[in-house]
Design a protein around this ligand. Structure first.
Ligand code: AMP
Length: 224
């Protein structure tokens, strides 16, 4: 996504609805800049695969399209953000998602200016578009590549172009779970967190209903 090497000392929070593209952008930008990409969704999915105690606790919430309880998520992030690769720069993707999570993050980071959040980016995409993106999203079970039945189809339906692994649909991307996720997103994440970070003068909103390359460029400009 971001072709060039980017110099970035940002500690950024990416906010946006499920399917808004923040994960793809966070991954690309973190790789280009060599900073830690901390995705709570990816971390939880890994726990589920490994069958850890946290994975077992989180699974039913994730399958139902519901948020995993704050205390579990906060403990997981606190431990990850304390690792050496995340000391001076990171992109948080999918966290915080509730006001208590945002407040806990501020407490974890403390008042040291070299640890505090530098940017909060809100990815704006209309709900109708998010629904289309989520319902058609497919993930390779083998290499994790993400495809879309309409927007980014594989040559052979159901088979990954990169590794020939089989494509699966995340259980929380099923139509029954999508409506619930979007409703919860607006009430619990978007409204309170936009207000919280606006007050701190950290919030920047971008139109994320545009081609990924255009969004990448804008992010680099905003964060450099
Ligand atoms: P994601 O890949 O970010 O869409 O996350 C997938 C699922 O993991 C969500 O639907 C939630 O069930 C759970 N999850 C991820 N991040 C959080 C968070 N910050 N707070 C609560 N639940 C989360």
């Amino acid at each position: 996504m971001v072709a060039m090497a980017v110099t970035l000392k940002a500690r950024a929070v990416f906010l946006g609805g499920p399917g808004a593209g923040k994960g793809t952008q966070a991954k690309g930008l973190a790789a280009a800049a060599g900073v830690a990409h901390i995705s709570t969704g990816d971390m939880l999915r890994q726990h589920v695969i490994e069958g850890s105690e946290l994975g077992q606790k989180a699974r039913s919430y994730m399958d139902g399209g519901l948020l995993v309880p704050d205390d579990l998520i906060i403990a997981m992030v606190e431990s990850r953000i304390g690792e050496p690769d995340a000391r001076s720069a990171w992109i948080l993707d999918g966290f915080p998602r509730t006001l208590p999570q945002a407040q806990a993050l501020d407490q974890i980071l403390g008042s040291d200016p070299t640890r505090k959040i530098t940017h909060v980016i809100y990815f704006q995409v209309p709900d109708q578009e998010l629904t289309k993106r989520l319902a058609g999203r497919r993930t390779c079970a083998k290499c994790g590549a993400i495809w879309h039945v309409d927007n980014k189809p594989t040559a052979k339906p159901g088979v990954c172009d990169l590794c020939q692994g089989s494509l699966t649909q995340r259980s929380d991307d099923r139509v029954e779970a999508i409506g619930k996720r979007l409703q919860e997103f607006h009430a619990v994440t978007a409204q309170p967190l936009r207000a919280y970070y606006k007050k701190q003068n950290l919030l920047r909103e971008i139109d994320a209903n545009r081609p990924p390359a255009v969004i990448s460029q804008e992010l680099v400009e905003l964060m450099q």
